[in-house]
Design a binder for this molecule. Structure first.
Ligand code: NAD
Ligand code: NAG
Length: 443
């Protein structure tokens, strides 16, 4: 049996609203017709040179101006906001100790928002950074930022590849921990925009680790890898000891690369590193590009949903993990992360390097997911069942979480049934479905 460990975005057709690569064929034929005579060809050549020159000068203008606008951070007021947001507010002498000061990357994202809130609520200091990119509806990211702001968490708008910004943040605040969640997520979108994965998951990661290794004191780093690193591994349930050298998507490959890159920073510079392999996280404030979310949207709008099925009519299954369980795993990782040992770019001694699965250990098939949603939404879904495209076969994810249970005290407690109820309740309220109707009031 071949088993794929990709996220459930794979069960969806590619999400609408993203840049589509133009078909070049028709254009080439048209050009060919225009170049038919040599006279017009010379004119065309002139025209093309002029166009290219205009494009290049425009491009460099846009480039400089965007750099100018991106540098909108800094200043005394800005630094005061950062410091206030970063300072722990635990009562002195509290049982949990002094409190952490955490830089959360991807803080306006799904997992980032929940973790930032949970940290703030128990009295830790949190500063977020997020570039608010348009991979999915940025208004949802802005709403999450507003929620964080109402709890006293400040989110800097900036890119993690901006080394100057990161250095500045570490100059202003001696962060004890970094929770690195910023990434280009999604499996299918990698075929449309591979560069965005290299930008955020490789270049962004290295830029962040450079800032962490330079910082004095060095923070401990906890970051999100993914269950997708298991790739073509076919031993179930997936354990940290299994092979992860056969990724099935560029997304997975960049996460796997991240595990190797963080290892070198641990080895050379003494950074304390914990990598968390999340298994299909879902819940309120979730990601619109994921199946449970877009199924909900389509079912409510009376639109058909595409449900993929594996070979031989085998249903796909995922180890869906509720956001609150993931948050507890992330906080436990921060709390148990040993110190980084380096200063001035050199390590003083070995620092911890850990990797944990964070799953639910209860895989559920996609048709079951759909029927739970139908029950809560009180609408029958229009299912469009299709065979999984060739790049996907029998995908099934199932986490072995004994390592996280043993070392982090991680114990997921939310069934898909319970978690989806909370998600649907949030969805209906966020998108205004229960205004003026009684239909969903008892959910
Ligand atoms: N949700 C899941 O099922 C799942 C599963 C496995 C792994 N993960 C990983 O967990 C992390 C969080 O995922 P999520 O579901 O919250 O995704 P998300 O897309 O909601 O959050 C990521 C955030 O990072 C930001 N970001 C991306 N590139 C950036 C950059 N270069 N600079 C600054 N900000 C940037 C985005 O704007 C976004 O708000 C990611 O690393 C993801 O790969 C998620
Ligand atoms: C889960 O992983 C642990 C090692 O972390 C191993 O001892 C155990 O046998 C695994 N469980 C299963 C069901 O494979």
């Amino acid at each position: 049996m071949r088993v794929l460990a990709e996220e459930e975005e794979d069960m969806l057709p590619s999400t609408p609203g993203k840049v589509k690569i133009e078909r070049a064929g028709a254009m080439t034929r048209q050009l060919h017709r225009c170049f038919a005579s040599t006279g017009t060809m010379f004119l065309w050549a002139l025209f093309l040179v002029a166009m290219t020159a205009t494009y290049l000068s425009f491009h460099s203008f846009v480039d400089t101006s965007s750099r100018y606008f991106a540098a909108s951070w800094g200043g005394l007021h800005w630094e005061r906001q950062i410091r206030a947001s970063a300072s722990p507010r635990r009562p002195p002498g509290s049982a949990e100790g002094a409190g952490l000061s955490v830089l959360v990357t991807g803080a306006a994202g799904f997992v980032g928002t929940h973790c930032s809130l949970a940290l703030r609520k128990r009295g830790d200091g949190v500063v977020g950074i997020d570039n608010f990119n348009k991979y999915y509806d940025p208004s949802l990211k802005k709403a999450r930022r507003a929620l964080l702001a109402s709890h006293g968490v400040f989110v800097v708008e900036g890119d993690i590849t901006d080394g100057r910004l990161l250095t500045k943040l570490f100059d202003v605040v001696p962060f004890t921990h970094v929770l690195h969640l910023a990434a280009q997520a999604g499996v299918r979108y990698a075929m449309e925009n591979p560069a965005s994965y290299v930008h955020s998951n490789i270049a962004g990661l290295v830029s962040l680790l450079e800032a962490c290794k330079e910082a004095d004191p060095q923070p401990a780093v906890v970051w999100a890898s993914s269950s997708s690193v298991y790739g073509l591994n076919d031993a179930v349930p997936f354990s940290e000891a299994h092979r992860t050298d056969r990724p099935a998507s560029l997304y997975a490959a960049t996460k796997k690369a991240g595990e190797e890159i963080t290892h070198t920073y641990n080895h050379i510079y003494g950074l304390s590193v914990t990598g968390l392999r999340f298994f299909t996280v879902y819940g309120p404030w979730g990601r619109p590009d994921m199946a449970y979310f877009s199924f909900t949207r389509n079912i409510l709008q009376g639109k058909p949903i595409t449900v993929y099925r594996g070979r031989d009519h085998v249903d796909l299954a995922r180890d869906f993990t509720y956001i609150d369980d993931i948050v507890r795993g992330c906080l436990a990782s921060l709390d148990t992360a040993g110190r980084s040992t380096g200063t001035g770019g050199r390590k003083r001694g070995p620092a911890p390097y850990r990797i944990f699965n964070l799953g639910n250990t209860a895989p559920v098939t996609v048709p079951t997911l759909v029927s739970i949603l139908e029950r809560y939404l009180r609408v029958n879904a229009k299912r469009n069942v299709v065979e999984m495209p060739g790049n996907g076969d029998v995908p099934f994810t199932h986490a072995n979480i004994s390592l996280a249970r043993e070392q982090l005290g991680y114990k997921p407690t939310t069934s898909l049934e319970m978690g989806l109820k909370k998600f649907v309740r949030w969805y209906l309220s966020y998108y205004g479905y229960n205004r003026g109707t009684q239909a969903f009031n008892n959910l």
